[in-house]
Design a protein around this ligand. Structure first.
Ligand SMILES: Nc1nc2c(c(=O)[nH]1)N[C@H]1C(S)=C(S)[C@@H](COP(=O)(O)O)O[C@H]1N2
Ligand SMILES: [Mo]
Length: 204
């Protein structure tokens, strides 16, 4: 158990029912492993100097140290994880801060409609604000009762169980709120902007 993990685990593995018949999205195969997929390896992050920043179309720009971020209200959820390359891992137990918590604290502007996540390895990924402001989108720092391992995006990563996993930035360092849409790292290189696994939205 991490010190912040509560006993209550919310089960989100029935989320698929809003999108399709089957829990396993079409064209995916289930794995019990948790493979690592990174564009350029695991960056080294000093937990003492790490900062999580929120900026753009907000009332209040925010900066958190890792310790301060881990003191925010958190939840633990059981979620499935779908990689666009074809594997899915069921029943991941993630602990973290809900996206909605950050929206509340930053006071997102009325005209903010898009989000760009920034990461320590130069990765970015974009989503509409409405696709982020929902249960299941977490800034995750705990996995299966332990700290999220560095290879999987520790100290903090985003998880997006309703989207292919490239929408979840590992080593997230910031969230930028935008009034106009933009494309992230893989979205600019041909992966789908919308990334719904049950519609097999793999390529743009
Ligand atoms: N910062 C960052 N986040 C990232 C990536 C990356 O290269 N850099 N890869 C994405 C891709 S393509 C996938 S499938 C998942 C993989 O997460 P995992 O390595 O924990 O399985 O992270 C996503 N988030
Ligand atoms: Mo991926």
């Amino acid at each position: 158990m991490t010190e912040h993990e509560t006993d209550a685990v919310t089960d989100l593995t029935d989320l698929y029912a809003a999108y399709g018949e089957e829990r396993l999205p079409p064209g995916q195969r289930q794995t019990d492993r948790f493979p690592v997929l990174s564009k350029s390896g695991t960056p080294s992050i000093d937990p003492e100097t790490y900062r999580f920043e929120v900026w753009g179309a907000v009332t209040e720009e925010l900066t958190y140290s890792l310790a301060a971020f881990r003191d925010l209200p958190s939840v633990t959820q059981r979620q499935d994880f779908h990689c666009v390359t074809g594997w899915s891992k069921f029943d991941c137990r993630f602990t973290g801060v809900p996206f909605s918590e950050i929206i509340d604290r930053a006071g997102v502007s009325d005209d903010a409609a898009h989000v760009l996540f920034h990461a320590a390895d130069g990765y970015t990924t974009n989503l509409p604000l409405e696709a982020c402001d929902r249960e299941g989108v977490l800034f995750t720092y705990g996995y299966d009762g332990d700290d999220l391992p560095p290879d999987h995006g520790g100290p903090i990563r985003v998880v997006t169980p309703h989207k292919y996993a490239y929408k979840g930035a590992k080593w997230v360092t910031g969230v930028e709120f935008l009034t106009e849409p933009t494309l992230g790292y893989w979205e600019r290189r041909g992966y789908s902007d919308t990334a719904n696994p049950w519609n097999e939205e793999r390529y743009g």
